[in-house]
Design a protein around this ligand. Structure first.
Ligand code: GTP
Length: 454
């Protein structure tokens, strides 16, 4: 049965969801309880890096186990791309290695002319050339861009001869940064260099000062894969000694080369494969794209000598098959992932230099349960604040209304008093008029009575 791994806080959230759920019927509550107890029984708690991991068995098919198929389909459609830099002195075998790696003569062999416009003495410059090859194998596309550095280390004064290379790597990061600002991720054609094969001369001695300086200038900017070139010019003992010396130099100078990562979930076969690759760094390389018939009568890629042949694809003869395996078959994506980390470091450094500092609080690990609790507390605080504000507004409105009512009551009282005064005055006037009328009436009556008796 399929299993899924959930962190403890997710389990807690699920438990909490169940316990806070209001059930509409008994049967619903029972089914929740049954599911809950199944979850508890199926859970297998393992501590990992201080976090408890809960493994759950699913009760049915969900469908996410087909996600790798979706990924596979997308990869087949889109294809893969890889930018590989080859860096070494002229004649160290860079073009031959690229051709051998791609099993195709894509790179011109032999010295490339380095002359100025007047055809005079060559200027002290390193040229950087790009060569993109599309390879299709079993329907899968690989777009490999090879970045060559002819002219590197060819001059009498090689001071800072690595600067054009550092600039090229940084320009590619800047270009990518610019793309990131303008384009969606899916539309970006990644110009960054994903690996740099660094050719060490097969001297049998320690690395030269220039080789060390180049490595120190580049190791924090690009994935370095050191190779001892033309290893067929050394005996087995010399190769082993050279590897020891190179590794010692790398360690002493704290140079970070690409080391294939291992994962806890790796199967024993992958672990053994990784260990084998690791044990061969720096790779002792013999390269050639010429075919020769060997003693078994097979046509093989080899270098032919009077004393015999050296087979290119034979692991007992050279580390070339392991290098190709690591580059293309097993660690292509890891190389690209680490390039992304190196790019992020470069981007941060550039932002700091331009005065923009990183807010590290945005990267702090967040426990979703604590986050929820924090959000709930904030929400409650906000509600209480709103309630208090509403109370103030309500009492203000009530007071305003009361004031208005008191005012209109006062006005009504004044009006009432005025009207009463007016009416009383009117009444007094009327009574006065009535009295006067009664008086005039009675005097007229007296007059008429006197007239009559006369
Ligand atoms: N013995 C030996 N010779 C090799 C090997 N790889 C390449 N060569 C020879 O070395 C010479 C130079 O090889 P290139 O591949 O052209 O070297 P490069 O580094 O590309 O040289 P530039 O293009 O000038 O920078 C050629 O004659 C190759 O045949 C090797 O593994 N062993």
């Amino acid at each position: 049965m399929a299993t899924t791994i959930l962190p403890e806080f997710v389990q807690e959230t699920v438990q909490e969801d169940i316990s806070h759920h209001s059930f509409t019927s008994n049967s619903e509550a029972e089914s929740y309880a049954a599911a809950d107890s199944r979850i508890r029984n199926d859970a297998d708690v393992e501590p990992s890096q201080g976090i408890s991991i809960i493994q759950r068995k699913l009760n049915g098919y969900v469908g996410f186990s087909t996600l790798p198929n979706q990924w596979h389909r997308r990869c087949v459609l889109q294809g893969f791309f890889f930018n590989l830099m080859v860096l070494g002195e002229s004649g160290s075998g860079k073009s031959t290695l690229v051709n051998t790696l791609l099993n195709k003569d894509v790179h011109p062999l032999g010295p490339q002319p380095l002359s100025n416009e007047q055809g005079l003495l060559p200027e002290s410059t390193v040229e950087i050339s790009n060569n993109t090859v599309h390879i299709i194998e079993n329907g899968i596309n690989l777009e490999m861009t090879v970045i060559d550095t002819p002219g590197f280390g060819d001059f009498i004064d090689n001071t800072n001869c690595w600067e054009p290379i550092v600039n090229d790597i940084e320009n590619r990061y800047n270009e990518y940064l610019d793309f990131e600002k303008r384009l969606p991720k899916s539309a970006i054609k990644d110009p960054r260099i994903h690996a740099c094969i660094f050719f060490i001369q097969p001297t049998g001695h320690a690395m030269s000062v220039m080789e060390l300086q180049v490595l120190l200038a580049l190791h924090e900017k690009v994935n370095i894969i050191p190779v001892i070139a033309k290893a067929d010019t050394l005996t087995d003992e010399e190769i082993n000694l050279s590897k020891e010396i190179v590794l010692r130099d790398i360690q002493q100078h704290n140079i970070r080369i690409f080391v294939p990562p291992t994962y806890p979930m790796d199967d024993p076969e992958s672990v053994a494969e990784n260990a084998d690759i690791m044990s061969r760094i720096p790779f002792a390389i013999i390269a050639s794209n010429s075919f020769v018939v060997n003693s078994d009568g097979r046509r093989v890629r080899a270098r032919k000598y009077p004393w015999g042949i050296v087979e290119i694809d034979n692991e007992e003869h050279s580390d070339f098959p392991k290098l190709r395996e690591m580059l293309i078959r097993t660690h292509l994506e890891e190389l690209k992932d680490r390039t992304n980390d190196l790019y992020e470091d470069y981007r941060t450094e550039r932002l700091i230099k331009s005065g923009i500092s990183q807010d590290h609080s945005v990267f702090r690990e967040i426990n979703p349960a604590a986050k929820l609790e924090e959000e709930r507390a904030l929400h409650e605080e906000k509600l209480m604040k709103m309630e208090a504000e509403m109370k103030v507004i309500f009492s203000q409105k009530v007071k305003e209304k009361e004031d208005r009512l008191n005012q209109s009551e006062k006005e009504l009282r004044v009006r009432h008093r005025d009207m009463k005064t007016a009416l009383e005055k009117q009444k007094v006037d009327l009574v006065d008029r009535k009295n006067r009328l009664t008086q005039s009436k009675s005097s007229e009556h007296e007059k008429s009575k006197r007239k009559f008796f006369k």
